[in-house]
Every structure is written in C-alpha cells, then in structure tokens.
Design a protein around this ligand. Structure first.
Ligand SMILES: Cc1cc2nc3c(=O)[nH]c(=O)nc-3n(C[C@H](O)[C@H](O)[C@H](O)COP(=O)(O)OP(=O)(O)OC[C@H]3O[C@@H](n4cnc5c(N)ncnc54)[C@H](O)[C@@H]3O)c2cc1C
Length: 405
C-alpha cells in the first residue's frame, strides 16, 4: 500500500496539481510522468511571443529543475504512460516501468486534429501547433516572403497568421464554416478580427474548405480548395481543433465521452482516479463541458489538490481566456455557450470595443478587444452573479463602473 500520487501528464494542470499540494503542505510522495522531454511549460506563447522569437524557452518553464528536487516531486520525462491496472493500483509505462499509486491524476491534455493522410496530411511541411517541437519546426519555416496556408480560422490559426505576417510571410487562412471564429465567438467579434487581419494583408477565405494537399517528393507544394482553386504554398499549419487525450482512461474502463468524465471534485468513475484540464469533461449548469484553457487547467487542478489534501469544496469554473494577435489583445470572461443575443459596445480608446453575450436575458460572457475595462467589469459581474443593467450597457457614453452597483 502506498499513498503516492502519480500524475500522468507534465503540462499545465499536472504541474499546478503538484505545486498546489506542496503549497498546502501535503507531504505525500508525488511522481509526475510526462511524455515530452522538457519540464512543464506554458503553451500559450508557442503561437505568440515564442514563435515570434521574442521569448526564450526557459521563460516558458513554470519552475526550474531544482524546484522539483527542493519540493520532493519526482518527475519522469520522455516517459509514456501506457496502461492503468486499477485492480492493483498500478501505472505501467512504455519503458517497462511500474508505478504503484494510492491516487492517480490524469492530466493528459489534448491532441490537435490532423488532416488524413489520404488528402496529404502526412506530407512534409504540414504542421500543427501543440508543443515546443511543433513551435520550433514552425519557427524554422517562418522566413520572410514564404507562403503559408493556415487551415482553420480559430484562435490558434489566427494567432499563427499574426506571427507569420509579423515575420513577413504571405498568409492565407481558409475556413470551411461561414466565418472565422464560428465555434467560439459571435459574428461581431469575427467581423472585427477579420478586418484586423485583412488590414495587415492576410487573405481570409471563408466558406472555403480543403480538397487536398498536393505534394512533390514528399513535401507539400500546393493546396486544392473546395471552390476549385489551387494555391501554391511553402508550408501549411493545421488549426482545426483538438481531441481530448482520453484513450488511457477509456482502456482502463473509466467513463469517457469526448473527454474523461469527472464530478465537481474532479473525480472519475473510479474514486481513486482524478482527471483535470483539457482531457476532462466536467459538470456545468446542469450539463457537461470540456474547457481548453489555462484558467481551467490551473483552477481545476488547484481545486482537486484541495480535495486530495482532505478538503470537500466543489470546483465551480469561472472561465476566462485570452488571445494575442498583433498588438490586439482579445480577452474573454465567461463562457458564451448557447447565447441568443449579443450587444456591441465601443470602448473609450480608438480600436477598443466589447461584445456582450446573453442567454435568456442573462449575461453570460464578454469578448473585450483592447478593452481591459470591459473585461474586468464583465468578469466581476459574472463572479458576483449580477445581471448588468441593459440600458447602462447600451448607452455608449455611460461608465461601466455603474454596472457594478
Ligand atoms: C499553441 C497554443 C496556444 C494556446 N493559447 C492559449 C491562450 O492564449 N489562452 C489560454 O487560456 N489557453 C491557451 N491554450 C490552451 C492551454 O495551453 C491548454 O488549455 C492547457 O495547456 C491545458 O493544460 P493540460 O494540463 O490539460 O494539458 P497540457 O498542458 O497539454 O499537458 C498535457 C501533457 O500530458 C502529456 N501526455 C499526454 N498523454 C500522456 C501519456 N499517456 N503519458 C505521458 N504523458 C502524456 C502531453 O504530452 C502533455 O505534455 C493554448 C494551447 C496551445 C497549444
């Protein structure tokens, strides 16, 4: 019998869980098993400052190596967790290792969707953006004058487009849906972000899918698009969403539906196994959601740490997110799932504005574009459960402070 906590996944949530337990003075043995070769690091800069070459990798690390030693956290890098034996409470790793656990935490994150090989997805020069290796390969490709095709007009695709333009590339974004950001933001937000990119000479082609990539000697050279046109390209970035890494849990017989199912304490269908971060599906307002954000990975991991340490407080997410594109900061508070109404409000600075989301007349989220005041106000409203006065919000000259009462 051991009380060892084994954490699978050395990423945002895995690190936050270990760090919070130590901050709570929990002294149980902790082992983190991570597939990547580097210590846990933050991913957001991979399509922002790191890809721009403005941030060294060391600055992405949550903590330097000695932190793990000083805090008695064993970390096994370049190690793939292959199987969970729930009956004997053991984790098996691909290198033949067997780890006994008292508690197991799955923080395995998510994997970018790839294009099938039948349409050229396996050609050289076709990339996704998930980890340091991807970002390093992309940085090598990003040389002025080259032509990049970005497939998918979501946050990852648009951030990559911004970096590529900054580095002097010719950039085309194709989006199969009617508009960019279709899955994550309102039309108003998409309209503003489209203009921001077009003003910087990014070509955005909406309602345009990929038929297939064309290769020469194993490397992508062109893309045939759904409108019948062909585009010559030097390389391609695929940003078409992610799938949760729930295979390990599924094979162990845990409840899995597009992510590992957990309760409000982060517990899976096996009470000694927890899951959190991108790989977990959690209860939310009577339904279930999966959140792909730093906020959720950290807050959920910290909430689970408190539970493992003996607490009993449920995790109630207060989602927030951000995306940096050029000098534009998009900040999002709340979760706009199921919105049925939006309101656009201009900010006090040139180019600043906010889009407010409502569902059944209830305020649920705000997108703030270069508008920190709208973001902070929206976040406070959501945290305190106040439904803002619509007349005040609609009055473009009113002070947002009034909304907080
Ligand atoms: C390029 C990029 C930009 C982003 N920008 C933003 C942003 O601006 N704002 C924001 O809020 N969020 C952003 N995100 C999302 C955010 O980074 C993720 O939501 C967050 O990292 C999730 O944390 P996690 O711990 O669940 O997963 P991760 O941080 O992905 O960590 C999971 C780890 O588990 C490892 N793993 C998986 N399976 C196994 C196994 N079987 N054995 C061993 N190891 C395993 C993986 O290799 C990985 O290292 C971005 C993500 C990316 C990729």
């Amino acid at each position: 019998m051991t009380d060892r906590l084994v954490i699978v996944g050395a990423g945002q949530a895995g690190f936050a869980l270990a760090a919070k337990l130590r901050a709570l003075k929990d002294t149980r043995p902790i082992t983190i098993v991570g597939a990547e070769e580097c210590l846990p690091y933050q991913r957001p800069p991979l399509t922002k400052k790191y890809l721009l070459g403005e941030m060294e990798f060391d600055r992405l690390l949550f903590r330097p190596e000695h932190w793990y030693h000083d805090n008695d956290v064993e970390i096994r890098l370049s190690t793939w967790a292959e199987q969970i034996h729930r009956d004997t409470k053991q984790l098996l790793t691909q290198d033949g290792g067997v780890l006994d656990y008292g508690t197991l935490a799955l923080t395995t994150g998510s994997t970018p969707r790839r294009l099938p090989a039948t349409i050229g997805g396996d050609l050289d020069g076709v990339y996704v953006a998930r980890d340091k290796r991807d970002a390093d390969m992309l940085a090598d490709e990003m040389r002025a004058g080259r032509r990049v095709l970005i497939i998918g007009g979501g946050y990852i695709g648009l951030e990559a487009a911004a970096v590529a333009r900054h580095r002097g590339l010719e950039v085309t974004v194709i989006e199969m849906a009617d508009r960019i950001l279709q899955r994550v933001a309102a039309k108003e937000t998409a309209d503003i972000m489209r203009v921001i990119h077009q003003d910087r000479d990014v070509v955005i082609r909406e309602k345009t899918g990929l038929k297939q990539l064309v290769g020469r000697q194993g490397r992508v050279v062109a893309a045939e698009l759904s409108d019948g046109s062909t585009l010559e390209v030097d390389f391609v970035i695929v940003g078409i969403g992610v799938v949760p890494n729930d295979q390990l849990a599924k094979e162990a017989g845990l409840e899995v539906t597009n992510g590992i199912e957990v309760d409000e304490f982060g517990r899976t269908s096996d009470p000694s196994i927890y899951a959190m971060g991108d790989c977990a599906v959690l209860p939310w307002k009577g339904g279930r959601i999966r959140l792909e954000s730093v906020q959720n990975a950290v807050d959920q991991a910290e909430a689970v740490a408190a539970v493992i340490a003996g607490g009993s407080e449920a995790y109630d997410p207060n989602p927030w997110f951000w995306s940096d594109q050029y000098d534009v900061k998009l900040q999002i508070a709340g979760f706009n799932l199921g919105y049925d109404e939006t309101m656009l409000r201009h900010g006090t600075r040139e180019g600043s504005c906010s889009i407010w989301y409502f569902k059944d007349h209830q305020f649920i989220a705000v997108d703030a574009i270069n508008d920190a005041k709208a973001y902070v106000t929206g976040k406070k409203l959501l945290e305190s459960g106040i439904n803002p006065d619509r007349a005040v919000l609609a009055d473009q000259n009113s002070d947002l402070k009034q909304l907080l009462g």
